[in-house]
Design a protein around this ligand. Structure first.
Ligand code: SAM
Ligand code: SF4
Length: 375
């Protein structure tokens, strides 16, 4: 029997509007279903409770837009979740009011992740965002006023129509707020979507510029004193109450290959040799739980090799060296020696305690280098 899980993800699919570029499991509006959905989440949690440890480390409410939930539903959901050292909620700026910030604080939330995406009105329109730059700033200050000491901002780059100078201004505007953490993602446009159809040529131009943008992001944020601790994630020095640093502890658990439980429509869990994915249909999810049944889901078997390979792929996204003990069979030693000669990867330590890291250049090349390393 595997150990009980200490990391819980809770998916809330509701959004005010579906942004053109977004591929997450979301539904628009559905105010009449919010209370029912919370009931279903709490039933699913009760069904899975035995898999969770008594002392849960992190809870992450993601979406969708958890802060789009009607206030009583959100309050009830927070009250029904286990307490944890880190409780993060994703928030869309236009949903944030001083009352909402206090509701989250009273509900045990310790960290908020605010979806800014950009501070340039024209680019926010391209992304079909509901918030203007002034909404992002107001939301940020509402959280600070409610004494949140761990606020993260999400930014996207490579947006159609964005230049390197626009990106520099976005980074400057984000830094001016003094966030504790930043996640900076390159825009991924899924083939076949309306967004890709509308911006096709411009998206290919941006794809060619992406490597340069990535370097620009890392340079600007590290110069400002942020730690580039994961490919797309940065945190400032210091620590929030009760933690040793500002890294996102929940996401860190994914990157370190820990088991996690996911509840909600479309949520994924990885526990021991199983990866379970709840299916994305909301109606069936609600129906199943209301009938006292397990929600429809797919179960994938992960063998030891799969998990080792994932461990390497995710672990090398971090700035701390990866211990190779137990992972040796998944590493192509010839490729590793070549990557060391090219100064893209480096190993240290005696054989039984050998650690592997990517050099700065290797981290910029990222997934390509890791793919070569895998046996
Ligand atoms: C699951 S979304 C939910 C957050 C929240 N609803 C919002 O939109 O701010 C979490 C983050 O993923 C990022 N994201 C979503 N779609 C993306 C895409 N196609 N390419 C790159 N980043 C994306 C955004 O930065 C977003 O803040
Ligand atoms: S608000 Fe967030 S989750 Fe909802 S559609 Fe937009 S990007 Fe996706």
């Amino acid at each position: 029997m595997s150990e009980r899980v200490r990391y819980l993800y809770v998916h809330v699919p509701f959004c005010a509007h579906r942004c053109g570029y977004c591929d997450f499991v979301t539904v628009v509006g559905r105010g009449h279903q919010h209370e029912r959905y919370v009931d279903a989440l709490l039933s699913e949690l009760a069904r899975e409770r035995a898999q969770l440890a008594d002392d849960v480390e992190t809870v992450f409410l993601g979406g969708g837009t958890p802060t789009f939930l009607a206030a009583p539903a959100l309050e009830r959901l927070l009250a029904g979740l286990p307490a944890a050292r880190e409780v993060t909620v994703e928030a869309n700026p236009e949903t944030v009011t001083p009352e909402l910030a206090l509701l989250l604080r009273r509900g045990g939330v310790t960290r908020v992740s605010l979806g800014a995406q950009s501070f340039t009105p024209r680019l926010l329109s391209v992304l079909e965002r509901g918030a203007r730059p002034e909404d992002v700033r107001a939301a940020f200050y509402a959280f600070r006023d409610a004494e949140f000491d761990n606020i993260s901002l999400d930014l996207i780059y490579g947006i159609p129509g964005q230049s390197a100078a626009d990106l520099d201004r976005d980074l400057g505007a984000a830094l001016a707020l003094g966030p504790d953490h930043l996640s900076c993602y390159e825009l991924e446009a899924k083939p076949g979507t309306r967004f890709t159809h509308t911006f096709g040529n411009e998206l290919s131009r941006q794809a060619d510029a992406m490597e340069g943008y990535f370097e620009q992001v890392v340079e600007r944020l590290t110069e400002a004193g942020y730690r580039w601790y994961e490919t797309a994630n940065f945190c400032r020095p210091g620590a929030p109450r009760g933690a040793s640093d500002f890294r996102a502890q929940h996401n860190l658990a994914y990157w370190l290959g820990r088991d996690y439980l996911g509840i909600g429509v479309g949520a994924v869990s990885t526990i021991g040799a199983e990866r379970r994915r709840n299916r994305p249909g909301l109606a069936r999810y609600l129906d199943a739980l209301e009938r006292g049944q397990t929600p429809p889901r797919e179960v994938e078997h992960l063998d030891t090799t799969d998990r080792r390979r994932e461990r390497i792929m995710l672990g090398l996204r971090l700035d701390e060296p990866l211990a190779l003990a137990g992972l040796e069979e998944a590493v192509d030693e010839v490729a590793l020696a070549r990557l060391e000669r090219l100064e893209l990867a480096a190993t240290r330590g005696p054989r039984e305690r050998r650690v592997l890291s990517l050099t700065t250049r290797g981290r910029f090349l990222g997934g390509g280098v890791t793919a070569e390393l895998l046996a």
